[in-house]
Design a protein around this ligand. Structure first.
Ligand code: PHE
Length: 451
């Protein structure tokens, strides 16, 4: 236990150990289920290479400017989400965006932890050798039975939320930063080894072609654009306050431009290398890449069960998935915790209380595939409906508000000074924030809505 005196430490005293700690924690937040589970399935369903291309354009034109904007807002307001949207002369309605961001982070955490719980459970069954002993044909049914169980998914969800709470109670530098310092390099090594192995399989070229040779006709699918936009926000971890809060723990003004570039590049590269691990394996064993959300939990285990050394690869893969999810969930939990601390609640009770609430909020998602499968919201199951509302509706709204506020409400001189970019690049960034990013977002949203 930590001495209780430190719980009362004021928010401004909590800080990263330095610039590297900040960048690693931000990368830890960015790299998560989104890069492995979500990227693989949305890329699989939306044409592979063409999706990757549109996604890369989204990261450059929208993701990066938004990321730098959040750093600017966060650093200026010392991580206070309500202050972040209060410039002199700005309408008070803007602070509603801060409240919305806290809500979105909480909402995403509630079901993120459910899926992370599935990943932990798969790690456990691989580690203990239960899954590899099942015949391949029974794996889809085994997954369905697990997620439909009235107790198991809730229990794993509780376990994962508990782990996240433990890291967050330990504090910014000693909990969050330390977890990222240990786990991020480990993940990088593991995913490179996994990709190296996948590429050595006979038939791997087909997987590479799927990921890197575009079929241009897929560009005509309107859905592609909104999915790529949603994936950009989700994967970079922007538009829900995390990066605003994290930048607030930076004592001095960091070169936010290069920090954002490092974070966006690591996040994208990680997703691509994971793709280079997953798709060659999927194609080498003749599976369908467009299997949807169950790709990581059904298709891959089927492949692991027939490939040599599959039990080990499976264990490694699900460790990767669980650990990456942990550093992301921690960042989501830190958003409401930071807000509660500002209201005077010490870190430990704030973390435990909010983790408990997020756990409860996630229970319907955990039960949505079984006990409560009769509940449909707009034709979707509970988990899918919450994911859709959060990532496809609320994230673009908050993201748009962030750039409009930074570009048009925050005094220009302040934005240019805070971003820490060399003058010429600072102008380019501000032009992107003012015109390119909002326009691109609106065009993408309309293309998908009207298509
Ligand atoms: N970026 C994380 C991922 O790719 C998810 C996340 C979203 C984390 C929002 C923090 C904030 O899985």
């Amino acid at each position: 236990m930590r001495p209780t005196g430190e719980d009362d430490m004021s928010q401004s005293e909590e800080a990263w150990s330095g610039r590297l700690g900040f960048i690693l924690a931000a990368i830890g937040s960015a790299i998560g289920l989104g890069n492995i589970w979500r990227f693989a399935y949305v890329a699989g369903e939306n044409g592979g290479a063409v999706f990757l291309l549109v996604y890369a354009v989204c990261v450059l034109l929208i993701g990066l400017p938004v990321l730098i904007s959040e750093f600017v807002l966060g650093h200026r307001a010392r991580g206070d989400l309500l202050q972040a949207f209060r410039a002199s002369g700005a309408s008070r309605a803007w602070s509603g965006i801060g409240v919305l961001a806290i809500l979105v982070a909480f909402l995403i955490l509630s079901y993120y932890s459910v899926i992370a719980g599935w990943a932990c459970r798969y790690f456990w069954v691989y580690l203990t050798g239960h899954l590899p002993s099942l015949p391949r044909e029974t794996l889809p049914a085994a997954f369905e039975a697990f997620i439909a169980d009235p107790i198991a998914p809730v229990a794993w969800h509780a376990l994962f939320m508990g782990l996240s709470a433990i890291v967050v109670t330990a504090g910014v530098a000693r909990g969050i930063e330390r977890a990222s310092r240990v786990l991020m390099p480990l993940l990088a090594v593991m995913v490179i080894l996994l990709a190296g192995y996948a590429l050595s399989l006979p038939g791997a070229e087909k997987g590479l072609a799927f990921l890197f040779t575009p079929d241009w006709s897929a560009l005509r699918t309107p859905r592609l654009y909104i999915v790529a936009l949603g994936q950009t926000f989700f994967s970079l971890g922007v538009a829900m306050g995390v990066m605003i809060v994290y930048a607030g723990y930076m004592r001095s003004r960091a070169r936010f431009g290069s920090a954002a570039l490092t974070i966006a590049a690591s996040d994208t590269l990680f997703a691509i290398i994971v793709g280079m691990a997953i798709f060659p394996i999927v194609f080498a064993f003749g599976m369908d890449p467009a299997y949807g959300a169950a790709l990581a939990f059904v298709t891959l285990p089927q492949v692991f069960s027939i490939m040599p050394g599959g039990a080990w690869i499976g264990t490694a893969f699900f460790f990767l998935l669980s650990a990456a999810a942990l550093t992301s969930a921690v960042s989501l939990l830190e958003v409401p915790v930071a807000a509660a601390r500002r209201a005077g609640v010490p870190r430990v009770p704030a973390t435990l209380g909010l983790a408990l609430l997020a756990f409860l909020a996630g229970v319907p998602s955990a039960l949505g595939s079984g006990t409560w499968s009769a509940v449909r919201i707009a034709g979707k199951g509970i988990l899918e409906a919450v994911d859709y509302a959060a990532s496809s509706i609320l994230l673009p709204v908050v993201g748009l508000a962030v750039v409009l506020y930074t570009g048009w409400v925050l005094p220009r001189a302040e934005a240019l000074r805070e971003c820490g970019l060399p003058p010429r690049w600072a102008d380019v960034w501000l032009a992107m924030v003012r015109y390119v990013a909002p326009l691109a977002m609106v065009v993408f949203l309309l293309t998908s809505a009207l298509g």
